[in-house]
Design a protein around this ligand. Structure first.
Ligand code: GAL
Length: 656
């Protein structure tokens, strides 16, 4: 990413607004209420296509004109959707070939949203036609602050298996491999008689009778991410040709969507924007929020970013949709800000009365303004105003965690040592363990420059390139500290096993060698000699140059090393070969002895300005050493900051 271009100064408050669902008298009430709530930035026209082009070639912009003028008159900036996220019914009826096809070869029909094939030339032509018109009409409007391309590209339609996609996949493969023999080698097609002699025989990995070729599956993931990125580029190019306003799209850095490799998308954004919803299917949804915010900051190259969507209360798409208790939405929002967000936006402004999302919370609930939810929004708005001077500062972190979408795709292949071992579980556990120690972590790509970090954590990095593995080893040789967890370094980019013993790519730096994996059945436990327990995974490990920190006390691997430490050059590398409490290893590796599990402590800085965020997720007051001025309460802090249970503090620190 070049330089970050935030749409609105300060820490902005924003929302998605779907005026198509309401009458003009409601628009006027909404604009007045938005002003009352201090809303600075409103996303419109996200699902606008069927209103703007009700029948082919018939365009109606009057309603959108009126809404934009109304918001402008209220001093609100516009985050303008290109309107292409969901095609109107006429497009799907006239061009059924634009509909996506699932892996089993069945069509996904309209009636929901995003029912389009990312490779469809017909869809692209019609969508770009609309984008050009929207850009021509509003590109120089004084209220326009941000272009919002489509919406959550790939949320539902990332993987399409239709014939058009198959052709596009073949084109992508030809440009990646040039020669069919190179593809055969990369995909290991000698196995199960899969050798290709002609490009035209290659299909997308549709459902098969048995396990599919894992390398083909990974290339299909890569292709699908690139294909949608190509689509984003096409829209962005049109917008940039007609307007100087920054362009972005909303990412889904979240636990349940994984189809886009955002490391390759991020450089194309003028500002990184993410949608985040607390996921109550996870063990610790708030810890995941912190992780997602750190990863979003990683995508933003450490610079400020936007929280483009979050929920004021409950969502409607989880099996059990838990609402937020008073204070929780504010804590969630401040966690995002602490970790680098300079904009806090919601889906959506006014709760829908109809449609599939009528049970989704909003800033303005069905019950109106005499509600806890509305008062929370006003309180958040006031808080964001008070801490506005934080905008533009950057998060201080000297520990990095490596994250890779490619590794996620490949580690969770159809046939693997244990279905119970998942990439995100490893990543979340490592991140949460650091967070519990009060350590702020940058989440970065495997090819990131690691030199400034005092510790690099590599959870379950199953797939890693030679170059990245070498850079990680060099970082340690030069004095760095590294913690690697099990099922790392196993394959190269072709999903080919690194022979000679696991964890292939990291054997030398870790000074260990494993002969075989020995996953445990779910629910089984082994005792470790350090008093902890191990679950899910063990391996027949021996040390080559490492020393042993803990062994298994029982089970099939009794006496075998479970945790090791290796001196490599001037640095130290730990290996954790089972799922276990990592706090002791991380304490040793970071030198941090405290335990802050219920409190988040993060610092943002720029030049000689420093802001300390303390977010108390517990119910009891907590104390933290600080000196300065708490922007939230307006009180000065003289040595010890007390944050009430459930409270937040942002201290402008005195730097001596
Ligand atoms: C997002 C989407 C919004 C809304 C929201 C509900 O995926 O961008 O349009 O559907 O989820 O949580």
């Amino acid at each position: 990413m070049k330089s970050v271009r935030m749409p609105v100064p300060g820490i902005s408050l924003g929302c998605d607004y779907n005026p198509e669902q309401w009458s003009p008298d409601v628009w006027r009430e909404d604009a007045a209420l938005m002003r009352r709530a201090g809303v600075d930035l409103v996303a419109v026209n996200i699902f606008g296509w069927s209103n703007l082009e009700p029948s082919p070639g018939e365009y109606r912009f009057d309603d959108l004109d009126e809404v934009i003028e109304l918001l402008h008159a209220h001093g609100i900036k516009i985050n303008l959707g290109t309107g292409t996220s969901s095609p109107p019914p006429w497009l799907s009826s006239r061009h059924p070939e634009t509909l996506p096809v699932a892996a089993d070869g069945t069509t996904r029909f309209p009636g929901g949203r995003q029912a389009w094939c990312p490779s469809s030339p017909v869809f692209r032509e019609r969508a770009l036609d609309l984008v050009g018109r929207v850009a021509d009409r509003y590109g120089s409007h004084p209220a326009l602050a941000l272009w919002h391309v489509s919406n959550e590209l790939g949320c539902h339609n990332a993987l399409c298996y239709c014939e058009t996609s198959a052709d596009a996949f073949r084109t992508w493969l030809r440009s990646r491999y040039r020669k069919i023999e190179t593809l055969n080698e990369a995909w290991g097609t000698s196995f199960w008689s899969q050798r290709y002699s002609d490009w035209s025989d290659i299909q997308p990995p549709r459902l098969a009778l048995s396990l599919r070729n894992p390398a083909q599956l990974i290339d299909f993931q890569r292709f699908s991410s690139d294909e949608l990125l190509g689509y984003y580029r096409a829209e962005a190019a049109l917008l940039r040709a007609r307007s100087d306003v920054p362009v972005t799209t909303n990412f889904m850095v979240t636990a349940h969507i994984r189809n886009l490799d955002y490391w390759s998308w991020a450089p194309e954004m003028d500002v990184i924007a993410n949608d985040h919803y607390l996921d109550h299917r996870l063990g610790d949804p708030v810890a995941e929020l912190s992780f997602a915010a750190d990863l979003t900051r990683g995508l933003a190259g450490g610079r400020p970013w936007m929280l483009m969507e979050q929920a004021a209360g409950a969502v409607n798409w989880q099996p059990h949709n838990v609402t937020k208790v008073p204070g929780e939405m504010i804590r969630n929002s401040l966690t995002h800000v602490a970790r680098g967000a300079d904009s806090v936006c919601f889906f959506q402004w006014r709760a829908s009365a109809q449609g599939a999302e009528k049970f989704h919370s909003a800033m303005l609930p069905h019950a109106g303004t005499d509600t806890v939810a509305w008062r929370e929004v006003l309180k958040l708005s006031e808080t964001l105003d008070r801490i506005g001077e934080v905008a533009g500062t950057e998060v201080e972190a000297d520990v990095a965690l490596l994250f890779s979408w490619e590794s996620w795709w490949s580690a969770e292949g159809e046939a693997r040592p244990s279905q119970a071992v998942t990439y995100l579980d490893q990543v979340h556990s490592a991140h949460a363990a650091l967070r519990d120690l009060g350590v702020t972590t940058d989440v970065v790509a495997p090819d990131a420059d690691l030199s400034r970090y005092r510790l690099v954590v590599v959870p379950g990095l199953y797939m890693v390139s030679d170059t990245d593995a070498q850079a990680i080893a060099d970082y340690v040789s030069a004095g760095g500290r590294l913690v690697v967890t099990y099922f790392s370094g196993i394959v190269d980019e072709r999903d080919r096993i690194r022979l000679g013993g696991y964890p292939g790519a990291f054997r030398d730096v870790l000074g260990v060698l494993a002969e075989e994996f020995a996953p445990l059945l779910p629910g089984a436990e082994v005792a470790l000699s350090n008093g902890a327990i191990g679950t899910l995974w063990t391996e027949r490990l021996r040390t080559t140059t490492a020393s042993v920190i803990a062994t298994y006390e029982n089970g099939p691997m009794a006496g075998i090393p479970a945790i090791t430490r290796n001196q490599h050059g001037d640095g130290t590398a730990w290996y954790v070969a089972t799922k276990t409490d990592m706090s002791d290893v991380l304490r040793e590796a970071t030198g941090v002895m405290s335990d802050k599990s219920d409190t988040e402590v993060v610092r943002r800085r720029a030049g000689d300005r420093s802001y300390l965020f303390v977010i108390n997720h517990g119910t009891e007051p907590v104390e933290h050493p600080a000196r300065g001025h708490d922007l939230v309460t307006g009180e000065s802090v003289d040595g010890v900051l007390t944050v009430q249970g459930g409270g937040v503090a942002v201290v402008r620190e005195e730097i001596r």
